[in-house]
Design a binder for this molecule. Structure first.
Ligand code: HEM
Length: 103
Protein backbone atom coordinates (compact mmCIF):
# COMPACT_ATOMS: atom_id res chain seq x y z
CA UNK A 1 0.00 0.00 0.00
CA UNK A 2 1.07 3.64 0.30
CA UNK A 3 1.23 6.12 -2.55
CA UNK A 4 5.00 6.25 -3.12
CA UNK A 5 4.89 4.06 -6.24
CA UNK A 6 2.09 6.10 -7.83
CA UNK A 7 3.88 9.36 -6.96
CA UNK A 8 7.11 8.30 -8.67
CA UNK A 9 5.14 7.16 -11.71
CA UNK A 10 3.24 10.47 -11.80
CA UNK A 11 6.60 12.28 -11.82
CA UNK A 12 7.72 10.08 -14.72
CA UNK A 13 4.53 10.78 -16.73
CA UNK A 14 4.84 14.51 -15.99
CA UNK A 15 8.34 14.49 -17.52
CA UNK A 16 6.88 12.78 -20.60
CA UNK A 17 4.06 15.35 -20.78
CA UNK A 18 6.52 18.23 -20.67
CA UNK A 19 8.63 16.74 -23.44
CA UNK A 20 5.75 15.49 -25.63
CA UNK A 21 6.19 16.56 -29.24
CA UNK A 22 2.82 15.37 -30.51
CA UNK A 23 -0.78 15.61 -29.33
CA UNK A 24 -0.91 11.80 -29.35
CA UNK A 25 2.10 11.49 -27.05
CA UNK A 26 0.69 14.14 -24.75
CA UNK A 27 -2.69 12.40 -24.54
CA UNK A 28 -1.16 9.00 -23.84
CA UNK A 29 0.85 10.38 -20.90
CA UNK A 30 -2.08 12.48 -19.67
CA UNK A 31 -4.26 9.35 -19.56
CA UNK A 32 -1.54 7.50 -17.65
CA UNK A 33 -1.06 10.41 -15.25
CA UNK A 34 -4.81 10.64 -14.55
CA UNK A 35 -5.11 6.89 -13.89
CA UNK A 36 -2.15 7.01 -11.48
CA UNK A 37 -3.37 10.10 -9.65
CA UNK A 38 -6.86 8.61 -9.28
CA UNK A 39 -5.23 5.53 -7.73
CA UNK A 40 -3.25 7.78 -5.38
CA UNK A 41 -6.40 9.74 -4.53
CA UNK A 42 -8.15 6.51 -3.50
CA UNK A 43 -5.29 5.49 -1.19
CA UNK A 44 -4.56 6.86 2.28
CA UNK A 45 -0.84 7.71 2.59
CA UNK A 46 0.87 6.17 5.64
CA UNK A 47 1.81 9.68 6.82
CA UNK A 48 -1.86 10.43 7.54
CA UNK A 49 -2.01 7.65 10.14
CA UNK A 50 -5.65 6.82 9.47
CA UNK A 51 -6.89 10.41 9.98
CA UNK A 52 -10.07 10.52 7.85
CA UNK A 53 -10.43 14.31 8.11
CA UNK A 54 -6.94 14.90 6.73
CA UNK A 55 -7.58 12.21 4.12
CA UNK A 56 -10.45 14.33 2.75
CA UNK A 57 -8.07 17.30 2.41
CA UNK A 58 -5.48 15.08 0.76
CA UNK A 59 -8.11 13.82 -1.70
CA UNK A 60 -9.20 17.37 -2.53
CA UNK A 61 -5.54 18.22 -3.27
CA UNK A 62 -5.18 15.23 -5.56
CA UNK A 63 -8.40 16.21 -7.34
CA UNK A 64 -6.99 19.72 -8.01
CA UNK A 65 -4.00 18.09 -9.69
CA UNK A 66 -6.27 15.77 -11.71
CA UNK A 67 -8.41 18.72 -12.86
CA UNK A 68 -5.34 20.60 -14.17
CA UNK A 69 -4.18 17.59 -16.21
CA UNK A 70 -7.69 17.03 -17.57
CA UNK A 71 -7.83 20.69 -18.63
CA UNK A 72 -4.40 20.39 -20.25
CA UNK A 73 -5.56 17.27 -22.08
CA UNK A 74 -8.54 19.18 -23.49
CA UNK A 75 -6.14 21.83 -24.84
CA UNK A 76 -3.98 19.12 -26.38
CA UNK A 77 -7.03 17.52 -28.01
CA UNK A 78 -7.81 20.92 -29.54
CA UNK A 79 -4.29 20.87 -31.02
CA UNK A 80 -2.96 23.47 -28.56
CA UNK A 81 0.12 21.66 -27.31
CA UNK A 82 1.92 24.80 -26.07
CA UNK A 83 -1.14 25.94 -24.09
CA UNK A 84 -1.48 22.42 -22.69
CA UNK A 85 2.13 22.45 -21.46
CA UNK A 86 1.72 25.96 -20.04
CA UNK A 87 -1.15 24.70 -17.85
CA UNK A 88 1.13 22.03 -16.38
CA UNK A 89 3.25 24.71 -14.70
CA UNK A 90 0.38 25.10 -12.19
CA UNK A 91 1.29 21.65 -10.84
CA UNK A 92 4.61 22.81 -9.32
CA UNK A 93 2.95 25.03 -6.75
CA UNK A 94 0.33 22.40 -5.93
CA UNK A 95 2.94 19.72 -5.46
CA UNK A 96 4.96 21.92 -3.08
CA UNK A 97 1.91 23.10 -1.13
CA UNK A 98 0.42 19.63 -0.66
CA UNK A 99 3.71 17.89 0.00
CA UNK A 100 4.33 20.35 2.83
CA UNK A 101 0.88 19.55 4.19
CA UNK A 102 0.64 15.78 3.74
CA UNK A 103 4.01 14.18 2.96
C1 HEM B 1 2.35 16.77 -10.06
C2 HEM B 1 2.10 16.46 -8.83
C3 HEM B 1 2.94 15.56 -7.96
C4 HEM B 1 4.10 14.88 -8.22
C5 HEM B 1 4.89 14.84 -9.52
C6 HEM B 1 4.45 14.19 -7.01
C7 HEM B 1 5.59 13.39 -6.85
C8 HEM B 1 5.97 12.77 -5.68
C9 HEM B 1 7.18 12.03 -5.50
C10 HEM B 1 8.26 11.82 -6.57
C11 HEM B 1 7.20 11.55 -4.22
C12 HEM B 1 8.27 10.69 -3.55
C13 HEM B 1 9.54 11.44 -3.36
C14 HEM B 1 9.39 12.54 -2.36
O1 HEM B 1 9.17 12.22 -1.18
O2 HEM B 1 9.43 13.70 -2.76
C15 HEM B 1 5.96 11.99 -3.58
C16 HEM B 1 5.58 11.68 -2.30
C17 HEM B 1 4.37 12.03 -1.74
N1 HEM B 1 3.41 12.86 -2.30
FE1 HEM B 1 3.44 13.64 -4.16
N2 HEM B 1 3.51 14.45 -6.04
C18 HEM B 1 2.57 15.28 -6.58
C19 HEM B 1 1.45 15.78 -5.96
C20 HEM B 1 1.02 15.44 -4.69
C21 HEM B 1 -0.21 15.90 -4.08
C22 HEM B 1 -1.21 16.87 -4.73
C23 HEM B 1 -0.28 15.31 -2.85
C24 HEM B 1 -1.34 15.41 -1.79
C25 HEM B 1 -2.53 15.97 -1.97
C26 HEM B 1 0.90 14.47 -2.70
C27 HEM B 1 1.20 13.69 -1.59
C28 HEM B 1 2.34 12.95 -1.42
C29 HEM B 1 2.61 12.12 -0.24
C30 HEM B 1 1.68 11.92 0.95
C31 HEM B 1 3.87 11.54 -0.44
C32 HEM B 1 4.59 10.58 0.50
C33 HEM B 1 4.21 9.15 0.15
C34 HEM B 1 4.70 8.13 1.14
O3 HEM B 1 5.58 8.42 1.95
O4 HEM B 1 4.18 7.00 1.09
N3 HEM B 1 1.67 14.58 -3.84
N4 HEM B 1 5.25 12.73 -4.50
Amino acid sequence: AGVMKEMFQMKQQLNLLNSAETVEAFQASADNFITLSEQAKATMPASLEGDETRFKGYQAGMQEVIDVVKKANEQAKAGKLDEAKALLTELDGMRKKYHKEYK
